[in-house]
Design a protein around this ligand. Structure first.
Ligand code: 5AD
Ligand code: SF4
Length: 444
């Protein structure tokens, strides 16, 4: 049997696309190789969101070049966003690469492999554009990703994603529900709906066959067997009150929203073309908290965007405190080729200022998150068990509806949802003990 080795970079979209690549390769008769050196086919699923993503990939690609030099029969395939951003230049600049395909072309991997005469293509047609329509090899039996849309119609001035992932296109809602039903039948209890901007879902679907994102969320939550529904990422400009109401009214929809703010300064937000300002963002946070008081909010923040002053940065720090995030991903601005900011704005915040700001931001986020997570101490939380804890195999690990990891004592199988009494917290995790499940009424 031929063997492949796959390395994944980037976001959950890519992680999900990689499950599809695994499924596709398995159905074409490939086995997985334990390491790159042992593979007949080396696949990379790449990211290009920041310069650092490109650099990390370059190191890995260099290793593939060495392997190919030693064994010219090895096939090197590069998929994902970096591949898309390079277009045909890939083959000119990296002649040892045999196959390149973009993030919308996962379904073409098999066809491209056939063209390389590695393996005859089996029973597939390759005209689907949603990788969700392909076979999948899931990493976790009880949790699954579900693609609901591809592409992005936003024009955030720093972001390369729209140029590599293309215009937004929603997957028909029935296909989404069918996939979730099949996953539930296969033991999945938690699904995460994936899209570049999930809450503009459905706007491009034909009028008679359209569902809003809120309707889709509620429908997914009704699929028998599905106990938890998550999604990522929404754009704050598109969160409507009907989505907030679903979080309030539908218990399966988790008490967590990842709400990328990017900056706390209205001036910077305008230059980023985010289409909301600080006040509108905070008003949205207020509406969410009024409707679902205990909800967890997390975010993405960028420091060092072109022209970001000390005052702008201070606005980002104060946004973290005002919004009260349970966690945040923090990034240093990185100019990307082809983006508005990359082309037209000078990357004028000095590296030492960027580095000072990211440290200060991380500290503020940790402080706020620590305070927020401490509210759980003394409560009993429903935890979806994922398996043994990574740091201590005698304990279990799982997540709360707020998406916080809990390490706890007790015995329960992966996939079960169990009550856990929380006894300690840090800025990112909780610790506790499995609580007694109350005896059913009338039991002896
Ligand atoms: N530089 C730094 N961070 C970026 N992001 C997107 N583009 C850039 C860039 N050019 C961040 C945003 C986005 C997250 C996925 O990556 O915060 O939400
Ligand atoms: Fe994901 Fe963006 Fe990276 Fe592509 S460039 S893998 S969409 S984070």
């Amino acid at each position: 049997m031929p063997r492949y080795h796959l390395t994944t970079f980037g976001c959950q979209m890519n992680a999900h696309d990689s499950e599809r690549m695994r499924g596709l390769l398995a159905s074409l008769g490939y086995d997985e190789a334990p390491e790159r050196d042992a593979a007949d086919l080396i696949v990379f699923n790449t990211c290009t969101i920041r310069g650092s993503a490109d650099e990390r990939f370059m190191g890995n690609l260099g290793e593939a070049r060495r392997i190919k030099r030693e064994n010219p029969d090895v096939v090197v395939a590069v998929g994902g966003c970096w591949a898309q951003s390079q277009k045909e230049d890939v083959f000119r600049d990296f002649p040892f690469v045999d196959i390149a395909f973009g993030p919308g072309e996962v379904n073409r991997l098999g066809e491209l492999l056939a063209r390389e005469r590695i393996q005859a293509v089996g029973a597939f047609t390759f005209d689907g554009m949603f990788s969700g329509d392909l076979p999948s090899l899931r990493e976790r039996p009880h949790q699954a990703w579900v693609q609901i849309s591809v592409g992005c119609n936003c024009v955030c001035s720093y972001c390369i994603v729209p140029s590599v992932r293309g215009r937004e296109s929603s997957r028909p809602w029935q296909a989404v529900l069918d996939e979730v039903a099949a996953q539930a039948a296969d033991g999945v209890v938690e699904v995460t709906l994936l899209g570049q901007n999930v809450n503009s879902y459905g706007r491009d679907l034909p009028a008679g066959d359209r569902r809003t994102f809120a309707e889709l969320l509620a429908a997914v939550a009704e699929v028998p067997g599905i106990a938890r529904v998550r999604y990522t990422s929404p754009h704050p400009k598109d969160i409507r009150d009907d989505v907030i109401a679903v979080h309030r009214d539908v218990p399966e929809v988790c008490r967590h929203i990842h709400l990328p703010a990017q900056s706390g300064s209205s001036r910077v937000l305008k230059a980023m073309r985010r289409t909301y300002d600080r006040e509108r963002y905070l008003a949205l946070v207020g509406r969410i908290r009024d409707a679902v008081p205990d909800i967890a909010l997390t975010t993405d923040l960028i420091v060092g965007f072109p022209g970001e002053s000390d005052d702008d940065f201070a606005d980002t720090l104060s946004l973290v405190r005002e919004a009260g995030y349970d966690g945040a991903y923090t990034f240093v601005y990185s100019p990307r080729p082809g983006t508005e900011a990359g082309k037209q704005m000078s990357d004028d915040v000095p590296p030492e200022v960027k580095s000072h700001r990211i440290s200060a931001l991380i500290e503020t986020v940790q402080h706020t998150a620590r305070q927020r997570l401490s509210r759980h101490v003394g409560t009993v939380q429903d935890v979806l068990v994922e398996g043994p804890s990574r740091t201590d195999a005698t304990r279990l690990s799982g997540r709360t509806t707020h998406n916080v990891t809990v390490n706890f004592t007790g015995e329960a199988p992966a996939g079960a949802i169990v009550p856990v009494r929380i006894v300690r917290s840090t800025s990112t995790t909780l610790a506790g003990d499995m609580a007694q499940v109350p005896e059913p009424a009338g039991a002896a």
